[in-house]
Ligand binder design. Sequence first.
Ligand code: ATP
Length: 453
Amino acid sequence: MKKHTMEDLVSLCKRRGFIFQSNEIYGGLQGLYDYGPLGVELKNNLKKSWWNSMIYERDDIEGIDSSILTNPLVLKYSGHEDTFSDPLQDCRDCNSRWRADHIEEGKCPNCGSENLTDPRPFNLMFKTSVGPVEDGSSFAYLRPETAQNIFTNFKNVMDSTPHALPFGIAQIGKAFRNEITPRNFIFRVREFEQMELEFFVRPGEDEKWHKEWTEMRLKWWQEQGLSSDNIELYHVPEDELAHYSKATVDIMYRYPHGLEELEGIANRTDFDLGSHTKGQKQLSIFSKVAENTQSNAKLAVQDLETKEWFLPFVIEPSAGVDRGFLAILNEAYEEEALEGGKTRIVLHLKPHLSPIKAAVIPLKRNDSNIVEKAVNLKNKLQRTISGKVLLENTGNIGKNYRKHDEIGTPASITVDFQSLDDDTFTVRDRDSMQQERVSLEEIRQFLEENYEI
Ligand code: ATP
C-alpha cells in the first residue's frame, strides 16, 4: 500500500467537495476552511456519533448549546485573560512571526536567521465590540473553548434536572483562537469546533474518573475507525500543564505531518467553579474553598447526608471536531493497487460516518423505466435510512463506482434491465468490490445487516 501525504488528502477534499479554503475567491484568509457538501455530512456524522455516546447512551450527562460571544468577566475569572497565550517570537530579518515552541535550534523556520526577538506572550483570544459604540468600552470575546459557558451554566443545569454527582454537561460548538501560525490544513486553524464534556465528580474521586474517561475516549476513537497503532497517550508533564489542570492526558494521533494532539483529557479540579464563585465575590478561590464553603456559594453542591457544601471537581475530555475529521480521513484513505497495474483511491470510512450511505445508480441514464425504478428505490430507502441516499444519475457505471469509492459510500446499488423484470438489484461493496444480487423485499435488511445503516 502506498503511503499517502497531507497533499493527497487536501486534494481529495477539494476535488470531491469535502473541504475548501475559506474566502478563496478573495485570496482566502489564513487558518479558515469551509466544509463542502460531503464535508458537512461527514462532520455532522462525527458530531452525532459523539452526541449519541455522551447524551443518548448514558443517563448522567446533559447537553447544552451556549453563546459564542462571551462576557469578558467570564474569561477574566477563568484565567484566560492573563494566561491564555502562546510565546511569540519575531524574526528581525524577514519579519515573520512564530510560536516560540515551534522554532527549532533558535533559527527562523522561514529564512534560517538567528536574529530573533525574545519570546513574549501573545493572547490568543479574539475580541469584538458589542453594540453600536466602537470605542472599546463594550467588548466581548469569541470563546476560546466551549467549556466556560458549561461552568457558568452549572447551577442552571443542576437546578433544572434531577442529577446528583457524578454527572456531566456536554457541548459541541465553535471555538476561536488567534493562532500565531495556523498550519497543517484543518489541524491548526483559527476557527474550529470542539466537542467538550465537563464531568463533575466528588473531590477524591477525580483521579479514578480521569483514568476512566481516558479509557472511554480511547475506545470511542477506535470505534470511529482510528487504529490503535496510530494513537499514543501523552501524560503532559507538570511544567507544560495548562493553568487550570492538575493532570492532563493527551490522545495523540499520527497525522501525516506527525504525532499530535487529537483530544486532551484534563483534571481541572475545582479550579473553574472555584474561580467563578470567586468572581461572584461569594467564596475564596481553589482548594481553600473546601474550608470556607458556605451554603450560599453559587456553584457549590450540598452533600445530602453530611449537609456540607463543597465544590465538585471536574474531568474534561475535550476533542477537536476538525482534528477528528482529519484523523478519520487519514485513517480511511487508501491508494489500493488493483490487478493489471491499476490503482483506485478508496475511503474505508465506517458506514456511520460516510457522507453518503448508499448510491442508487441507474445503469442507463436515458432509459426512463430504469430511472423511474431507481427513483422509487431511492425514495423507499431514504424513508428509513438516517443519512443521505443519493440518486446517482450522472454517468457511466465505472466512473460512478470510482467516485463512490473515493468518497467512502459503503454500498452502490445498480438498477439494470433485469431489475425491470424481477425487482432485484446489484449491491456493490466498496471495500471488497464484490457484487451481490438482492431483491427489493430484502434490500433494506441487507443494508442494515451488512453496513448497520
Ligand atoms: P495545541 O497544543 O495543539 O495548540 P491545545 O492543547 O491548546 O492544543 P486544548 O486547549 O486542549 O488544545 O483544546 C482541546 C482540543 O481542541 C484539542 O485537543 C484540539 O483537538 C482542539 N483544538 C485546539 N486548538 C485548535 C486549533 N487551533 N485548531 C483545531 N483544533 C484545535
